[in-house]
Design a protein around this ligand. Structure first.
Ligand SMILES: CSCCC(=O)/C(O)=C/O
Ligand SMILES: [Fe+2]
Ligand code: NI
Length: 181
């Protein structure tokens, strides 16, 4: 259920392209410098795994990416529909922002909608279980986990301070799709 919708940034009413095939999604995203690939666990994960168990299950790919790109730290974030802070967690990512480092997220489970504003186009990337996305540093983007979020994601960082966002002040995110769940 992953997919990619590409729009002109002034025309949120209709996408120029809709891509459902993961290889085709990777091809379109690679054209604009975004890594999109699938990872397989090297161990079965129990229900409600610990952060350590999640990282161990995907150790091979995590270490490969850390070697290739020099990422220094890794953590795991999870969200469920009954989480008391789900609304605050959602709002945090909803406005267009940049990071001074790549945004590297792997979906161990669940879904999330990344929207990337690259040049004069907007790329809505619906990521789901098994998807890795890496958005180049300083790319304007936003992220929606939806009103009933359910995901577990591995995050890789260069910055030891973890997640630091620089909001652009543009309200463009209001004109594009939200994740409905
Ligand atoms: C799926 S992890 C939460 C999203 C995030 O870290 C971010 O910066 C979204 O833009
Ligand atoms: Fe972000
Ligand atoms: Ni623009």
């Amino acid at each position: 259920m992953s997919n990619l919708k590409i729009y002109r940034d002034g025309h949120p009413e209709s996408p120029e392209m809709i891509v459902n095939d993961k290889l085709a999604m990777a091809e379109e995203l690679n054209k604009v410098g975004v890594r999109y690939e699938q990872w397989d666990a090297n161990a079965e994960l129990a229900d409600q795994p610990t952060q350590e168990q999640v990282i161990e299950a995907y150790k091979d790919d995590i270490e490969r990416l850390m070697r290739e790109e020099g990422y220094q730290t890794v953590d795991v974030v999870s969200m469920t529909p009954d989480h008391p802070q789900k609304d605050a967690a959602r709002v945090k990512f909803l406005d267009e922002h940049r990071h001074g480092e790549d945004e590297v997220r792997f979906f161990v489970d669940g879904q999330g909608l990344f929207t990337l504003h690259i040049g004069e186009r907007v790329y809505e990337v619906l990521c789901s279980k098994g998807d890795l996305i890496s958005v180049p540093a300083n790319t304007p983007h936003w992220f929606d986990m939806g009103p009933n979020p359910r995901f577990t994601a591995i995050r890789l960082f260069n910055n030891p301070d973890g997640w630091v966002a620089h909001f652009t002040g543009d309200d463009i995110a209001l004109r594009f799709n939200r994740l409905e769940n």
